[in-house]
Design a protein around this ligand. Sequence first.
Ligand code: MG
Length: 322
Amino acid sequence: MKTDKKIYLSIIAILIVVSGILSVFLIQSNNRNQELQAQIITKDQMVYENLKGATAWQMSAEAQGLMLQAFEVAKNKLDDAIAKNGGTGDGLAIITDVDDTLVDGAHYTTDMMLGGKRDNVHFARFLMTDACNVLPGALDFLNYAKENGVEIFYVTNRSEKGYKSTDEGYQNKNGYDENWDSLTDDLGISMYDISLKQLKYLEFPYADEEHLIVNKPVKSSPKSKESARQSIIAKGFQIAMLLGDDINDFTDDFEKEAVTRAKQATDAPYKDKWGTEWIILPNAVYGSWYNAIAEKNYSSVFESNRYTDYPVLWDVFQSKHK
Ligand SMILES: [Mg+2]
């Protein structure tokens, strides 16, 4: 009997030790899972918080000042180009991007942060609201160019099809696909007609079919505006300057990788173009720069609706549009 009792006690002792080891292992494993979970949430939140800061900055006094500064530089350089052209604007052209170069897109991002969707239909609807207004200095500069005989061409990458990435089945498929629904299918009006109506409504000069190019993206090079630029040169115009908020508005020559492209911007032959042939508007919210550094694409930031309480941004939005 004594031997049996010893065996029982030994078994119980072994079980206690084993369960103790298992408990420690399970607690550690659980802690690791919680740590991993915390890292994932923190990362998403960080990306979102960065975007929130960028959007608030885009609406700031500093950003508005930079926009006015850009158009003031553009005006001075246009004077130089006209002087070089024999004191006339005849034959000179300005090629300008539209979104976040001439009109405000920050409020579209604000709307997404408040739970709005990111897709072409919602973007098109935004374009038809007064939230998408003229950026400071843009209209004055372009009217000045027209008064001096310089023609203006609007080249935008707004897409008839595309940006379906937060729709069911389109996650992470950023950009453009021939097989996707067109805006005309969804809204009964094309992106071209919306853009033309908007330019006219905002009283931009040269708001007509001859001067508006809504770029048709191709899969091999969805962001390229080079063919549009070449088509304007082929009409016999000399390009006085390009205006944009993204390197794609100026050239296709930059590398995608972030460090290399930043160096390209400050090296010859590009460094002398800024403020002379190229007038850039500040955009901290989005752009090809983001795709160059982001692990996730821009749209995926909006796939979670966990962070929808943004009283500060909402206050900015309301104060600007009441
Ligand atoms: Mg733009």
